[in-house]
Structures are given as structure tokens and as C-alpha cells.
Design a protein around this ligand. Structure first.
Ligand code: PLP
Length: 482
């Protein structure tokens, strides 16, 4: 008799005779799942080969445009490449399997990571304290305003207004309303910056805060920002900075040094978390010293015996998020920041600014450039010249899809007619930028030579131009009618 080997061709069955019969007698199924809960027939699962399955998902993954597939110049969104190594860090079992109710003594490393990340973000923003709880930039804005309200109330004041420049991000006025304040618009000058005279006119004791996006949504740095902050402080107001555009400032300018009192950061833009599908985000809020007592609880404190979550802050606005926010997004930001280091983040911002200015200067003759200034991380073109020929910014954006690029942000900010807001980010190469510039030039040519092709675009994408008004009015969320 021959010794059984692990691969005996004469044995029956796939396992070469050594794999035990799968039909192992064990606990009767009835004891595990009651009969009333079990299906009567086998589930109608598709019977497909592994190869068919892999091809199906690979194909699906390439139907949509994404950063791993191509250039994504969507202004204000900072759609940069996120190094995969930071995903690896976030998927380490010690982080990914952490139970939210684990005792503090068993998650010291994770608490320490959040604590250290808060310190790094304080350094980058020039602020005193950071709350990591907000799950998005807009939630950070809400928190910032709630903290500012609590600050005023603690001094027996109840101002009702929050000033918002007309170059602010759209979430800003929305957050003002959500937090119970009344938004009031501050006009900008023809240079695209806050109009100091216009600001002076609306400043009074009833102003709780000014909410300023800086760099603003025109991609311009507010050069009068220190003066603006002084003016707001003079009437007792606070300045909240929307810091979602921090990709232009890191390591170069600290908002705390400019007189900003509170701000949020978007970890899912600037600090290495992919976004744009509604996945988990993180919008930490940084504040100066006199706003710190009002930050949400729990706060992570470092004591002699390690880190702990502390609830005892009597002036706190309370809890903003279950547990402590989206922790794995913080792990990615931490890994990214430790990997880049202080010099690295400065280089990120410098390269983001350089890339934006390179593309802006290359395109300023082909499209209108309403603000002739060095831009920050993004710039805004106007397609009004093309509109005069019957082709709109929307058509140009759609045509870009045909050439394998994601569209820029369109029709925003509102102060620019037929706006195309372009943010290249620091992670794109000169080759990619040149290809994009050439394509934008080619489309401008098509506007003259074959405008109908531009107006019919996209024609090479899996889904052609959709009727957006119909899609919004007759919402149909089902894939197949049954
Ligand atoms: C993206 C963005 C926001 C909002 O952030 P969310 O995380 O999408 O809520 C706010 N302000 C600016 C300038 C932004 O670019």
C-alpha cells in the first residue's frame, strides 16, 4: 500500500482524498436557526465563476471617474491623490478592530494618536485646541458657530448676526442658518476680496462673527485679513475661518497668527482621506484660548497615568458626535502628517499653488480670467466668451468628460459669470497639467468649429448627458422595476 500523499490522482474527489467530507455531522441546524426563520428554498444567488465576478467588479470600478483613474480638477474639493500607505495604516487591526466601548487602559495608543494629531493640527493652524469630533467640514462650521454662541452667552451677550462674504463657500451661510444665527452678506471688491468699506457698514454690536473662507472661493488670499479680523474684534465679534482650503496655506501661514478665532479643517480633503462618494469624513475644529472651554466633550486629556476621555468641562456645548468622530480618518491624517513632516506639508502647499498658477497662466488667453492675480490652490475662469457663441460652461465641463477628465466645479462662485473653478492639487504632474491645458484649448477650438459636439457631450462616457432637471424632479432610485 502506497502512503497517502497530499496529491493522489487515484483518489476520488477534488481534495485528493485528504480533504474531509464537508457534510460533517454536528449541531442540528434547527438548534442554531429556528425553522420559522429559515428560507424554504435555496437563495437565488447568481452562479458565476470567480473570474466573471472579478471582471464584473473591475469593470464597475472603472465606469465612474475617480482620482485613481484620472485628473479630477474639481475646484474647492482638493481631489488629490491619497497615498495608499495611509490606507494600510488605517487598516491595521489594532486600529480597525477597536471597539468603541473598549476601556481606556486598552486603547492608549489610539487615544495618544488622536491627542498627537490634535497637537499637530494646533501647530498647523496656530490655534490653542482642537476638537476632532465633527464628521465633515459643514459639521465643523456648525460646531464653530455653536462654540462662538456659547462664548457670547457666557458674557451675557446674545448677538444675532453672522457676516458672510459673497465669496464664501456655500455651506457657510447654510451653517449660519442651522446654528440659529442670521446670515448677512458682505460684498467683495472688484478685486475679489472683502470690501472693507462694505464690511464697516454692516459691523455693529449685533455681529456674533464673521465667517470667512480663506483662500476664498475665487482662489484668492484675503490680503486684508488681519485688518478684517481687527474690525470684527472691535465690535466684540469673533472670526471663523473656513479652512477647507488649507491645502494652500499649510506650513506657510497659520490662521491663528492672522487673528482667526476658530476654523475647521477637512481631513478628507487636505489630509489623505479619499472623498466624493459620501464616505466617512472628518472636519476638526481648532479654536483660540478663550473659545476652548466651550469645545464638545469628551476631550482627550493627558495625565500622569496616560490618556483619558474627560467629560468634566462645565462650559462645553456638549457632545457633537457619537464616540469620538471618525477615528480611521484621523489615523490616515496622522500617518500622512508624520510621513510628510513640517517641511513636507509646506512643499504640498507650495506645489499646489504652483500647479494652479501654471494652469491658470496657460489658459488665461483661451478663457476669460476675471481676477488677474497670483492665485492660491485654485483659480476661476469664466466661459462668458464661449457663452456668447452659444456654448455654456456646463457644455465645456461635460466635454471634458469625453476626454477623460473630471469636470471642474461649475457656476460657482456666483460672483463669476459662467464660472469654471479649477483646482489641480499638488499631486498632479506637469504632463497631466499639460494634457488638461491642451484639452481645454481643444474644446475652446471646438466651440468655434463644431459647437454641436460640445453641446451634445458627453458622448463617450458610459452614461450620456442626463436631463438633470428631470432627474431631480422625478426621482427614481430603483435599479430595476419589479
Ligand atoms: C468642502 C468644503 C466645505 C464643506 O466640507 P464638507 O466636508 O463637504 O461638509 C466647506 N468649505 C469649503 C471651502 C469647502 O471646500
Amino acid at each position: 500500500m502506497v502512503e497517502p500523499t497530499i496529491f493522489d490522482l487515484s483518489s476520488p474527489g477534488r481534495g485528493g482524498g485528504l480533504v474531509p467530507d464537508l457534510d460533517v455531522p454536528g449541531e442540528p441546524l434547527d438548534n442554531l436557526i429556528p425553522g420559522s426563520c429559515r428560507r424554504k428554498e435555496a437563495a437565488a444567488l447568481p452562479e458565476v465563476s470567480e473570474q466573471a465576478l472579478v471582471r464584473h467588479f473591475v469593470r464597475l470600478s472603472t465606469l465612474n471617474h475617480h482620482v485613481d483613474k484620472g485628473f479630477y480638477p474639481l475646484g474647492s474639493c482638493t481631489m488629490k491623490y491619497n497615498p495608499k500607505v495611509n490606507e494600510v495604516a488605517a487598516s491595521l487591526p489594532g486600529f480597525a478592530s477597536l471597539h468603541p466601548l473598549v476601556p481606556e487602559s486598552l486603547c492608549q495608543g489610539s487615544l495618544g494618536l488622536i491627542y498627537d494629531l490634535e497637537r499637530i493640527l494646533c501647530e498647523i493652524t496656530g490655534m490653542k485646541a482642537v476638537c476632532m469630533q465633527p464628521a465633515a467640514g459643514a459639521q465643523g462650521e456648525l460646531l464653530g458657530l455653536l462654540v462662538i454662541r456659547a462664548f457670547h452667552e457666557s458674557r451675557g451677550r446674545q448677538p444675532t448676526k453672522v457676516l458672510v462674504p459673497d465669496t464664501a463657500h456655500g455651506t457657510n451661510p447654510a451653517s449660519v442658518v442651522l446654528s440659529g444665527f442670521e446670515p448677512q452678506t458682505v460684498p467683495s471688491t472688484s478685486g475679489g476680496e472683502i470690501d472693507l468699506d462694505g464690511l464697516a457698514k454692516v459691523l455693529d454690536e449685533d455681529v456674533a462673527a464673521l465667517m470667512v473662507t480663506n483662500p476664498n472661493t475665487l482662489g484668492l488670499f484675503e490680503r486684508q485679513i488681519v485688518r478684517v479680523a481687527e474690525m470684527v474684534h472691535d465690535v466684540g465679534g469673533k472670526v471663523y475661518m473656513d479652512g477647507a482650503n488649507m491645502n494652500a496655506l499649510m506650513g506657510i501661514v497659520r490662521p491663528g497668527d492672522l487673528g482667526m478665532d476658530a476654523m475647521h479643517l477637512n481631513l478628507h480633503k487636505t489630509f489623505s482621506t479619499p472623498h466624493g462618494g459620501g464616505g466617512p469624513g472628518s472636519g476638526p475644529v481648532a479654536v483660540v484660548e478663550d473659545l476652548e472651554p466651550f469645545l464638545p466633550v469628551p476631550r482627550i486629556v493627558k495625565g500622569d497615568d496616560g490618556y483619558r476621555l474627560e467629560e468634566d468641562f462645565p462650559k462645553s456645548v456638549g457632545r457633537l458626535h457619537t464616540w469620538y468622530g471618525n477615528f480611521l480618518v484621523m489615523v490616515k491624517a496622522y500617518a500622512y502628517l508624520r510621513g510628510m513632516g513640517p517641511e513636507g506639508v509646506r512643499e504640498v502647499s507650495a506645489a499646489a499653488i504652483l500647479n494652479a498658477n501654471y494652469a491658470m497662466r496657460a489658459l488665461e488667453g483661451t478663457y476669460d480670467l476675471p481676477y488677474q492675480r497670483v492665485c492660491q490652490h485654485e483659480f476661476v475662469l469664466s466661459a462668458r466668451r464661449q457663452k456668447a457663441k452659444g456654448v455654456r460652461a456646463l457644455d465645456i465641463a461635460k466635454r471634458l468628460l469625453d476626454y477623460g477628465f473630471h469636470a471642474p466645479t461649475m457656476y460657482f462662485p456666483l460672483v463669476v459669470e459662467e464660472a469654471l473653478m479649477i483646482e489641480p492639487t499638488e499631486t498632479e504632474s506637469k504632463e497631466t497639467l499639460d494634457a488638461f491645458i491642451e484639452t481645454m484649448e481643444k474644446i475652446a477650438e471646438e466651440v468655434d468649429t463644431e459647437p454641436d459636439a460640445v453641446k451634445a457631450a458627453p458622448t463617450r462616457t458610459p452614461i450620456r448627458r442626463v436631463d438633470e432637471a428631470k432627474a431631480a424632479r422625478q426621482l427614481d432610485l430603483r435599479w430595476k422595476k419589479t
